[in-house]
Design a protein around this ligand. Structure first.
Ligand code: COA
Length: 429
């Protein structure tokens, strides 16, 4: 049997090294023995944007980008979307197994009964400017929770972690709801413990003067499935932020604030907004061929197409397309849908997109659904942050309990000036 090693010959010295290969990877620290002299620091690998570097071992999400596969803890996303609920999936992601009936009841009870915010939080949400972006409010408010739950700093106490987990999963929708209501100048709507996780979220967004808010079951279900699809996605930018910031042993509220801040960026949580803007700019189905032609000539990108990992149809996009149909039956058809369908049809038949393996991603249809429900584009990254909190917390805990992990501290290749002496200001040119 072939050895599970890599043989390296350093042509600078003529020396030969044998480095173990485990799980399809070499340990980057093994390269350090490759040196040209005693003083040499040792060979490093240079990998901007972590294009080919695994920073952890994980048991949470599995993605096969070439085959369009996504699994949480081994379960295919399609089965979870069809048969599970968001709270059950969050439990699975956090604790590794599907819950028994008793475990699910207990988990749901605890999440439901941690959804109320301290009244002081309302006061500082009041203090935000009238046109504050809801994602900016969410990032700040979740970080501020750290000052309310000082027990959260005991990150190696399993009981404390469990409690902060309930609080984070439960309070993110409430913070999001309050941020939304503030941004539209409406009074805050408090959580209703009789409703499901997503039913309650809709209540906190849309309740008007009625005594009891009744969520539309189709929209409630659509949100639940969308939440399942967004719950985790291995080591993406925000999850890496969660792990990286959490590796300094800060409390989880501050680490979630950092992760949510990463998600706020247009390259991560903002792509569905970009899709809507693109569809509005195209304006009509008849203009689609002209738009595709311009994209192929290098004028802009087809937003909602392509993915760093998926080189096949994003499995989440397939499910979202089905949900869109059910939502539009309730809300009426989003007029932009016809443009989106035509774009997809033409792009999937076009050599340019086929050759580059560009397929619709999760963001291609989700914005259309949110817009039809009546949500402004500002809210889109917030709707991503709520369900992703379960993934962030699961990844944070996995990192904390992994004996191989330490504070995240990448190396650099220094390209700046060599040593030089300080020049007094009068002598500078
Ligand atoms: N429309 C048109 N062309 C695209 C494209 C798109 N959406 N995405 C990638 N391409 C082209 C690139 O121009 C490049 O072409 P080239 O080989 O002729 O230079 C090729 O496909 C490879 O793209 P690259 O940018 O190297 O892929 P990446 O893995 O770095 O980027 C994305 C992935 C997601 C950033 C990129 O596909 C993109 O910008 N998509 C649109 C934004 C989006 O939907 N983001 C949400 C992601 S969930």
């Amino acid at each position: 049997m072939a050895a599970e090693t890599l043989t390296i010959i350093d042509n600078r010295t003529g020396k030969k090294y044998e480095i173990p290969v485990r799980d399809g990877a070499i340990n980057a620290s093994d390269l350090r023995q490759i040196r040209v002299s005693e003083e040499d620091f040792g060979l490093m690998s240079y990998d901007p944007a972590f294009m080919n570097t695994a920073s952890c071992q994980s048991k949470i999400s599995y993605i096969d980008g070439d085959r369009g596969i996504l699994r949480y803890r081994g379960y295919p996303i399609e089965q979870l979307a069809e048969k599970s609920s968001y709270l059950e999936t969050a439990y699975l992601i956090l604790y590794g197994e599907l819950p028994t009936k008793a475990q699910l009841d207990d988990w749901s009870y605890n999440v439901t009964h941690h959804s109320i915010l301290h009244e002081n939080i309302k006061k500082f949400i009041d203090g935000f400017h009238h046109d504050a972006h809801p994602m900016g409010m969410l990032v700040s408010a979740v970080g501020a929770l750290s000052t309310f739950y000082t027990d959260a700093k005991h990150i190696f106490d399993a009981e404390s972690r469990k409690k902060q987990t309930y609080r984070l999963i439960a309070k993110m929708p409430t913070l999001a709801g309050f941020a939304y209501r503030h941004s539209i100048g409406m009074p805050y709507s408090y959580p209703d413990n009789d409703l499901s996780y997503t039913g309650n979220f809709l209540n906190m967004l849309f309740k008007m003067t009625e005594i009891k808010y009744k969520p539309n079951p189709v929209i409630e279900k659509a949100f639940d499935v969308l939440f399942i699809l967004h719950a985790d996605h291995e080591q993406n930018c925000s999850t890496s932020a969660m792990r990286g910031v959490g590796s300094s042993h800060v409390d989880p509220y501050c680490a979630v604030a950092a992760a949510a801040a990463a998600l706020y960026g247009p390259l991560h949580g903002g792509a569905n907004e970009a899709v809507l803007r693109m569809l509005m700019e195209i304006g009509s189905k008849s203009k689609v061929p002209e738009f595709i032609k311009a994209v192929k000539e290098g004028h802009g990108k087809l937003m909602g197409f392509g993915h760093r990992v998926y080189k096949n149809y994003d499995p989440r996009a397939k499910i979202i397309k089905q949900i869109a149909d059910s939502v539009f039956e309730v809300t009426g058809r989003n007029p932009l849908l016809d443009i989106a369908l035509e774009l997809e049809r033409i792009a999937l038949e076009d050599d340019y997109f086929i050759k580059r393996k560009l397929y619709p991603n999760v963001d291609f249809y989700s914005g259309l659904i949110y817009q039809s429900i009546g949500l402004a584009m500002d809210m889109f990254p917030v709707l991503f942050a709520i369900p992703r909190t379960s993934g962030w917390v699961a990844q944070w805990e996995e990192m904390l309990l992994d004996s191989e992990q330490k504070i995240a501290r990448p190396r650099q290749i220094y390209k700046g000036a060599a040593k030089r002496d300080y020049v007094p200001i009068t002598a500078r040119k």
